[in-house]
Write a protein that binds this ligand. Structure first.
Ligand SMILES: [Zn+2]
Length: 94
């Protein structure tokens, strides 16, 4: 008999990578790794460095933001205070 999974943890399981060296602080065994939606993530528990591996296995540092997702949508200025013309419809009856 196998024990059923008892936990209701929603957080991904982070496992320390033995022998992994943090590219930021160069400390060994501080790198944790986990997956989110099949995408490997890593972070360093010492310095807080974190990166993600893309489909090609290349490291993408989280802090290196080359493309900021800026919502450049400029809201058109709404001219508030405009008088709304309301035409009561006399034929509106049931
Ligand atoms: Zn580090």
């Amino acid at each position: 008999m196998t024990t059923p999974s008892n936990s209701t943890d929603t957080e991904p399981k982070k496992r320390f990578i033995a022998g992994a060296v943090c590219p930021a602080c160069e400390t060994i065994d501080t790198i944790r790794m986990w997956e989110v939606d099949g995408v490997p993530h890593r972070d360093c528990v010492k310095c807080g460095y974190g990166d993600t591996l893309n489909a090609d296995g290349n490291s993408i540092p989280n802090e290196l933001v080359t493309r900021v997702n800026v919502s450049a949508l400029k809201k058109p200025k709404e001219t508030t205070g405009q008088a709304l013309q309301f035409f009561p419809n006399p034929k509106l009856k049931k």
